[in-house]
Write a protein that binds this ligand. Structure first.
Ligand SMILES: [Zn+2]
Length: 398
């Protein structure tokens, strides 16, 4: 296996606490207390409608449920501007006008990290990626205003959103190609509400690439000098660094310069062979080894389990279980990579599971309870762990 020795060295440093600024548990208590006194509101009604028990409703109500990687998009825009599958005509006709707030609410989650595949938008010359990015943020601004929503900028915002039953988003982007060698653009994004930056997706930044990605042959030597600057700038500003789609050597480089925990928002263990075989083969390069996942975890981070490797809530919960066994209950989260969370809406082109008849998070909680997870464990995986990292990274920032 590649980079085994380097990962082992880094792991040793992490375990010896040479890794800077780590404090794995400091926010666990605060997050665990949040929302404990919630009354059964819409969560109860939705769960009842789905034929799920009050226990599911209770766990959903008490959890700040978060999808660490979601492509929810403003009405009238596509999440995959160029390469996305066209919607079937009947889906378009049936599609009710549902707000972003309603979609998140019906899923049972409190928040999604709202991401955008920047390299899938037309990108012909330097400047295009930044223009596309700013246009996307403006579209989100408009949708949020229409839905009377705000972006979550810190942990308190997530707690408030949860306590008031008012959904929110953490603004993210998939592939930070808008930077184009200009570090000040990270702060520009921060000022527009970005608090979660997935450095890489599939294409390189046209001006100054940040690191090697898993879907291309390595040619940059892992994390580039610019990539390292961006990681440091995110740490300085209070933006969560997401290393999904990064090659092992890129992750290694980022962990070496990071002063805050990082996340890998959507992946799975490379030892998992279950689920849809076609999907599993296609996704193989995206998967993470137990050893690498453990380094991210022991540096305080969180690994998001992808719904794309599971054909049902049952398989999804099994994949969560495998990840928990590998890295521990405090380091696992959910990263769906879907664009719609509630199949009840009936217009999803990229929903988690076609057979799902109710809200996504209700089904996941129901299945996790069935498989023996405690409510406390579900709270951690369902969003508490992300909250810990988000709280730590954004602490002391506006
Ligand atoms: Zn992705």
């Amino acid at each position: 296996m590649m980079y085994e020795a380097e990962y082992a060295d880094l792991h040793e440093a992490v375990l010896k606490n040479n890794y800077p600024n780590l404090s794995r548990r400091e926010l666990l208590t605060a997050v665990a207390g949040a929302g404990g006194a919630m009354l059964f509101g819409p969560a109860w009604l939705n769960a009842a409608a789905d034929g799920l028990g009050p226990r599911v409703a209770q766990v959903v109500s008490e959890t700040i449920g978060i999808d660490m990687h979601n492509h929810v998009h403003p009405a009238g825009t596509e999440s995959h501007p160029q390469q996305g599958p066209p919607r079937r005509q009947e889906e378009q006709q049936q599609a009710p006008a549902l707000s972003m707030a309603e979609e998140i609410k019906q899923s049972g989650l409190t928040a999604v990290c709202a991401s955008y595949e920047l390299d899938f938008a037309p990108n012909n010359k330097p400047g295009d990626a930044r223009d596309n990015f700013l246009r996307w943020l403006t579209a989100i601004d408009a949708q949020l205003e229409k839905d009377h929503m705000r972006r979550a900028l810190n942990l308190k915002d997530l707690q408030t959103a949860h306590d008031h039953g008012q959904p929110t988003i953490v603004q993210s982007v998939e592939g930070a190609m808008f930077i184009e060698g200009r570090l000040e653009r990270v702060e520009e994004a921060y000022k527009r509400g970005v608090r979660h930056l997935q450095l890489l997706h599939q294409q390189d930044d046209m001006v100054s690439p940040l690191g090697d990605v898993i879907t291309s042959a390595p040619h940059l030597g892992g994390l580039t000098a610019m990539g390292a600057e961006v990681v440091k700038e995110c740490n300085r500003l209070g933006i969560v660094v997401d290393l999904a789609h990064a090659r092992p050597e890129t992750v290694l480089g980022a962990l070496k310069v990071a002063t805050q925990p990082v996340i890998v928002s959507h992946t799975g263990l490379d030892s998992r062979t279950g689920g849809n075989p076609r999907m599993a083969a296609m996704m193989k390069p995206h998967l993470i080894s137990k050893e690498r996942a453990k380094v991210v975890a022991d540096a305080g981070g969180v690994i998001g389990v992808w719904t794309k490797l599971a054909d049902s809530p049952k398989e999804f919960a099994e994949n969560i279980k495998a990840m928990v066994d590998a890295v521990g209950i405090d380091h696992v989260g959910i990263g769906t990579d879907t664009d719609l969370l509630s199949p009840r809406v009936g217009q999803g082109t990229n929903r988690a599971w076609a057979a799902l008849t109710g809200g996504f998070f209700y089904a996941v909680v129901d299945e996790m309870l069935l498989q023996g997870f405690t409510p406390d464990e579900i709270g951690k995986v369902g969003g508490g762990n992300f909250c810990r990292v988000f709280g730590k990274v954004t602490a002391g920032h506006a």
